[in-house]
Ligand binder design. Structure first.
Ligand SMILES: NC(=O)c1ccc[n+]([C@@H]2O[C@H](COP(=O)([O-])OP(=O)(O)OC[C@H]3O[C@@H](n4cnc5c(N)ncnc54)[C@H](OP(=O)(O)O)[C@@H]3O)[C@@H](O)[C@H]2O)c1
Length: 300
């Protein structure tokens, strides 16, 4: 049986569905039984547990051949780093107390760095904390920048007529679709061919810049020549707060952007077949971005 945390989310849902489709037993973990219902209909056992609660997580992990775990984002937490450390403590205690032997953990590029990478510091600390569990074999999937981060650009384009954000327009970014992370995680859970504690970078199909992304989106939505505009922290922070982020999250995101822009936070490996995944930026935008953009435009 596989225990999958964040089972209603981007990566967890792909993992749970892939394992269920192969006839595997899955314990789907989330905070709300109703949101887990569609996985239960596909054969999963639903377990309600909060990732900050070690006791309920321990129950959820007990008896699992392997676990998938992550730090779910908490955009509105008043102190995001404190929240992340609560999750890290609970995950470590639960993996240890439940006697879990194998875990696939969602991490990020930049998790090699101990500081100055915003929310990724929490993932660095999670990796470090789990390394202290001698009985655990863990694979840390150090994913690139999620293509799903582009979805809020729908509102930016509609309001400002540009693609905009804190990253340099010419910065080459390893952008990955979360479905590819889910597929890689499911494969690792099935094979269990990792030993000790090892990171694995997942870098998407190719590196792309925000300038390229703007051009591809522009062509796909009938706005050829759509441009990218880099916003400074003073311009961006109020917009992030308006989107519902806490000041703590906004500051961490801006710190991470700085780390990416300067090259401090970057993939460590050269691109290879092992760290390259199939979904291109074009197919992500065509399948996920354009229908939402068009739907919103039609509904407006
Ligand atoms: N964004 C990036 O570019 C990037 C890059 C590299 C790594 N990452 C990592 O990827 C993570 C996000 O992964 P994802 O997209 O798969 O996650 P997600 O879809 O945002 O969320 C996963 C699920 O976690 C559940 N959840 C939220 N808070 C919870 C809690 N307190 N206890 C239990 N479950 C909780 C939610 O389900 P319910 O509401 O049903 O409980 C949610 O569906 C980030 O947090 C970061 O660590 C992100």
């Amino acid at each position: 049986m596989y225990a999958v945390a964040g089972a209603t989310g981007n990566t967890g849902s792909v993992i749970a569905e892939k394992l269920l489709a192969l006839g595997q037993r899955v314990r789907a973990i989330g905070r709300d039984a109703t949101r887990l219902r569609s996985l239960v209909q596909k054969g999963a056992e639903a377990v309600v547990a909060d990732v900050t609660d070690a006791a309920s997580l321990t129950k959820a992990f007990t008896g699992a051949t392997a676990v998938y775990a992550l730090i779910p984002p908490s955009m509105a937490a008043p102190d995001v780093r404190a929240y992340q450390e609560r999750v890290n403590d609970a995950l470590a205690a639960a993996l240890k107390n439940a006697g879990v032997e194998y875990a696939v953990i969602l991490s990020s590029i930049g998790a090699d760095k101990p500081d100055k990478t915003g929310p990724v510091v929490g993932l660095h600390n999670l990796e470090q904390k789990l390394r202290g569990i001698a009985s655990l074999q863990a694979l840390y999937l150090r994913a690139g920048y999620f293509m799903e981060n582009l979805l809020p650009q729908i509102g930016v384009i509609q309001n400002l007529g540009v693609v905009g954000g804190p990253l340099r327009g010419d910065l080459k970014i390893a952008m990955i679709a979360t479905r590819d992370i889910g597929a890689a995680a499911a494969e690792a859970l099935l094979k269990l061919d990792f030993h000790g504690q090892q990171p694995r970078e997942l870098l998407g199909q190719r590196d792309v810049t925000y300038q390229e992304v703007a051009s591809i989106i522009g062509n796909a939505i009938g706005k050829p020549g759509l441009s990218y505009m880099q916003f400074g922290p003073a311009q961006l922070k109020p917009a992030l707060l308006q989107m519902g982020m806490s000041p703590s999250m906004a500051d961490l995101l801006l710190e991470m952007s700085e780390a990416l822009n300067s090259g401090y936070m970057a993939a460590l490996e050269p691109r290879s077949a092992h760290n390259t995944t199939p979904t291109s930026i074009e197919s992500f935008l065509a399948g996920e971005f354009v229908p939402r953009f068009t739907g919103k435009a039609a509904g407006a």
